[in-house]
Every structure is written in structure tokens, then in C-alpha cells.
Design a protein around this ligand. Structure first.
Ligand code: NAD
Length: 502
């Protein structure tokens, strides 16, 4: 496969008069505590940027320990009331939230694109998925019951209750700000808890807007949002004695920090961390289907996706044909600002820091002699755009095939034996998601079982549904989002035994 080091991708620009968001569309740039926009106890702020241009668009409070304590106090005082609502009441509240989000879907999508640089198609999908998460949890929470009461010891009746935990602390990432918030808020509230959520300091706007939009649908204090950094606000959420569980979606490093600081108070921890999903393509696979699936699965959200199919392991006998098909898919991407048209598929990376990190991975790959069949580096500015890239002939153990790049970059390695493919696919610290491509039914079952990942897709990749659990093994953390398993994670069982001897 011939390679290039000079990305030629044009970035489509929105041009003047295509503002995604008017100043009046922004939320109040304050915390949201007890349902009210609340100023910080400190004056420091954190700048928020438009990734398409690099321009500053807002500044939010750099929250303090005292701000978190005020939010936790609000959540704690709302907790007994919310915990004693019936499943039906909580279900209705979640359904109303879903309706409110749906009524404001376009405004939320535009705000999300403004803050993250995502194409509008991605933001609209995020909002639709967020709505579905609330609707699913609204239904699921009414059916998630414990084992039936029974006698397991003579004359002793056992009743098993499912209870909320109390106040939950949540820390979310920048790649799907609103959707990751919804994945936590819906089951946490659904299970009868109250919460304090810290959005990523890079992308806080849609979460603040959400809190504003739903404030009248929940008791004051049930949902609180505190903006700020991980080491201050996130850290306080991890150590606060009144928080029963802290849930983080983010990087492995942040997960480690949260788990370590949660240890002192022995609070429960729920971690959805990074990924490096292998895509194992056997010689009998439908190669065109695999390449076309990776168009979305490898590059959706500019590859800033923890389940992205970013590491292809393809049988050597079909590697050239598969790579040709994949490169053709990638060459036809429309790259641009979200305001440049509904057909834009690839936006910028979210921040200057993240852009520099991805450029660093691509530079080191090039220095190591790894070629790019398409893309391979940054496009011209302004903004933080990287050309959609396919790195080919990647040697075993290369950094770009081991570490989470989190950009529009797919690497291609080859294998010759099935056992080798499984062993190498499992040879990463992550265990979030993987896919296997084959027309052999027996092999698809066998390989799927042997892949050490929380989700394994067969002949598809990155297809999610609210009904099925999402979460990882190994370095990708523990705990499950979505599905009834999230409701279980955010609740606890209590056994009450009645001696009915007379
Ligand atoms: P990040 O870890 O840098 O930040 C995530 C959140 O953690 C932010 O709100 C940040 O402020 C906070 N944080 C940072 N240090 C902290 C600390 N010491 N204590 C408490 N909180 C702290 O991650 P990111 O760059 O925002 O997001 C990208 C990462 O998230 C990737 O690794 C990606 O794979 C992962 N992710 C995983 C899933 C999943 O479902 N498994 C989903 C989306 C993203």
C-alpha cells in the first residue's frame, strides 16, 4: 500500500452568518445548585473554546471545595424525599425530562456542536440517545424488582428491598458531554438517588443548559451541577463523606485518582474508562461491509469515542484488499466546522491540548517508519482539525496500536493464525469493546467468547442500545452504564428477615 505523509484534506468552513448559537442560547454560566443558577464562592473562571476556530466562547466558574459542599448539602436534603417517591412517580419525572430534552433537541444539539466542534449529525444523535436513555430508564425502573419474598429458614420470612444509595457524585468527560451526563443522571435518579455532577471543564455548556431546562421537573436539590477542574471539584466529590458512590467516565489516569481518593471513605466507585477496540477481520469476512462499518465506527465523533474501532487486525491474505476499501471510505469524508453543512462528518478535536496529543502520536508513528495510506497529520488551521487517517503495516507492539489515540486514526496490523489474532487483540490494557468479522458462525461464537472485552460485536461495531449494558474489563474500569445493570449499580439490596414463630 502506498503511503503519504502530507494530508491533503480540505476543511469546510461555515463562513460569516452561520452562527450555530446566539449569545441568548447559552445557559447561565454558574453552577446549578438546588435548581438555581448559583455563583461560585470564588472568582476564578475556566475559559471555554470553540474547537473549530480556537476562539474563546464562554467562561465558567472554577468551582471550589465549598461549592461542592453546598451542592452535596442540597442533594442530601433532597435525598429522603426523592428516595421515598414511588417507582411510578420517578418514572413519570424521567419521561417528562425526556420530553423536555426532545422539545429542545435542536438547541441542545447546536450548543453541543458549538462547544465540542462535533458535526451536527453527531450532536443530534447524542441528543436522541439521551432522550432514549431517559425513556428506557423510566420504563426499566418500574420493572427492576428484587427476588420474591420467601422462607429460606423455617418460620423466617426474608424480604429483599432494593434501596437507593443516597447522594451520588458524577464526573463526566468532554467527548459526549450531554449523553454521558444522561447515561448517569437517568439511572441515578431512576434508582431514587440524588446527585452532584461535574461536567468536563472543557465542555460544560450542554450540561448547564440541561440542568436549566429540567429544573422545574425535579425537586430542588435532586440534580446539582458544579463546574470546575478534576483535581478540585472531582477530587472533592471523590472524598466527600456524604457521597455514597462516585461515578466517573474518563481516562484511566482520572479513574485511578478517583478510586484512590474514594478509598478513605470507602465509597463505592463506578468507572467507565478508556478503550482501544480491536477489529478482528478474518479472511472469510465481508470486507466491504467491514470497511463501510468502520467509516462510522472508527471515525464517529472524530474518533473521540471510547468504543471506536481504531485497531484493525486483518488476516494477511486479505489485508491489501481490506485496506484499499477502508482508504476509499476515509478519502470521501467531508471534514469541516459543524456550521458548514448537515453533511459534515468529521469535525475538529475538542481542545488544543488534545489536538497536540494526537499530533504527537502521529509524529512518533511517522518517526517509527509507520506510513499513512491516507491522512497522517493536522490539516491547516484555524481550529484543531486532524485529517482522517489510516496507518498501515503497523508492527506488533507499536505505540499507535497499543495506546488510546482518541482521534480520527485507525491502525492496520496483520495476522495469520486465529489464536494469534485473539492473543494480540487481548494484549492491551483496555477491555471495553471489540469486534470480530467472519462468515463462519462457529468461529464467530468462539472468538467472541475469547475476546476479553465488555462488549464484543460480530459483523458490526459501535452499535449501542439502551437495553444492553455498556462497560469494560481490565483497565477500562468497572460498573455498567445503560440497561437494568446501571439501575443495579446505583442501588443496594437490603435483607429484612421476620421471625414469624408464634
Ligand atoms: P479525563 O479523564 O481527562 O476527564 C474526565 C473527567 O474527569 C473530567 O470531568 C475531568 O475534569 C475529571 N478529572 C480529571 N482528573 C480528575 C481527578 N483527579 N479526580 C476527579 N476527576 C478528575 O477524560 P477526558 O479526556 O475528558 O475523556 C476522554 C476519556 O474518557 C477517554 O479515555 C475515553 O476513552 C473515556 N471515555 C470512556 C467512556 C466509557 O464509556 N468507557 C465514554 C466516554 C469517554
Amino acid at each position: 500500500m502506498s503511503t503519504t505523509t502530507a494530508p491533503l484534506t480540505d476543511v469546510r468552513r461555515a463562513g460569516a452568518g452561520h452562527a450555530l448559537v446566539e449569545p441568548s442560547d447559552l445557559p447561565a454560566l454558574k453552577h446549578s445548585i438546588a435548581g438555581e443558577p448559583t455563583p461560585s464562592t470564588a472568582t476564578e473562571t475556566i475559559d471555554v473554546f470553540n474547537p473549530s476556530t480556537g476562539e474563546k466562547i464562554a467562561a465558567v466558574p472554577a468551582g471550589t471545595t465549598e461549592d461542592v459542599d453546598a451542592a452535596v448539602a442540597a442533594a442530601l436534603s433532597a435525598s429522603p424525599g426523592w428516595a421515598s417517591t414511588t417507582p411510578k412517580e420517578r418514572s413519570l419525572a424521567l419521561l417528562r425530562i425526556a420530553d423536555r430534552v426532545e422539545q429542545n433537541a435542536e438547541a441542545l444539539a447546536r450548543l453541543e456542536s458549538f462547544d465540542t466542534g462535533k458535526p451536527l449529525s453527531v450532536s443530534r444523535d447524542d441528543v436522541a440517545q439521551a432522550v432514549d436513555t431517559f425513556r428506557f430508564m423510566a420504563g426499566a425502573l418500574r420493572t427492576t424488582t428484587s427476588a420474591a419474598a420467601d422462607e429460606f429458614v423455617a418460620d423466617h420470612l426474608s424480604v429483599i428491598h432494593r434501596e437507593p444509595l443516597g447522594v451520588v457524585g458524577v464526573v463526566t468527560p468532554w467527548n459526549y458531554p450531554l449523553l454521558m451526563a444522561a447515561w448517569k443522571i437517568a439511572p441515578i435518579l431512576g434508582a431514587g438517588n440524588t446527585l452532584v455532577l461535574k461536567p468536563s471543564e472543557i465542555t460544560p455548556l450542554s450540561t448547564l443548559k440541561f440542568a436549566e431546562l429540567v429544573a422545574d421537573l425535579l425537586p430542588a436539590g435532586a440534580l446539582n451541577v458544579v463546574t470546575g477542574t478534576g483535581p478540585v471539584v472531582g477530587q472533592r466529590l471523590s472524598t466527600h463523606p456524604d457521597i455514597a458512590l462516585v461515578a466517573l467516565t474518563g481516562s484511566v489516569a482520572s479513574g485511578r485518582a478517583v478510586a484512590a481518593s474514594a478509598a478513605d471513605s470507602l465509597k463505592r466507585v463506578h468507572l467507565e474508562l478508556g478503550g482501544k477496540a480491536p477489529v478482528v477481520v478474518f479472511a472469510d469476512a465481508d470486507l466491504a461491509a467491514a470497511a463501510s462499518s468502520l467509516r462510522a465506527a472508527g471515525y464517529w465523533n472524530s474518533g473521540q469515542e471510547c468504543g471506536a474501532g481504531c485497531r484493525v487486525l486483518v488476516h494477511a491474505s486479505v489485508a491489501e484488499e481490506f485496506t484499499r476499501l477502508l482508504v476509499a471510505e476515509v478519502e470521501s469524508f467531508a471534514v469541516g466546522e459543524p456550521g458548514a453543512g448537515d453533511d459534515v462528518e468529521i469535525g475538529p478535536l475538542v481542545s488544543k491540548g488534545h489536538y497536540e496529543k494526537v499530533v504527537g502520536y502521529l509524529d512518533r508513528a511517522r518517526e517509527a517508519g509507520i506510513g499513512a495510506a491516507v491522512g497522517g497529520g493536522a490539516t491547516g488551521g484555524p481550529g484543531w482539525f486532524i485529517a482522517p487517517t489510516v496507518l498501515v503495516d503497523v508492527p506488533v507492539g507499536a505505540e499507535c496500536a497499543r495506546e488510546e489515540i482518541f482521534g480520527p486514526v485507525v491502525t492496520v496490523e496483520t495476522f495469520t493464525e486465529e489464536d494469534e489474532a485473539v492473543r494480540r487483540a487481548n494484549e492491551v490494557v483496555y477491555g471495553l469493546a471489540a469486534s470480530v468479522w467472519t462468515r463462519d458462525a462457529a468461529r464467530s461464537h468462539d472468538v467472541a467468547r475469547r475476546l476479553d472485552f465488555g462488549t464484543v460485536w460480530v459483523n458490526c461495531h459501535l452499535v449501542l442500545a439502551s437495553e444492553v449494558p455498556w462497560g469494560g474489563f481490565k483497565g477500562s474500569g468497572y460498573g455498567r452504564d445503560l440497561s437494568v445493570y446501571a439501575l443495579e449499580d446505583f442501588s443496594r439490596t437490603k435483607h429484612v428477615m421476620h421471625n414469624r414463630t408464634r
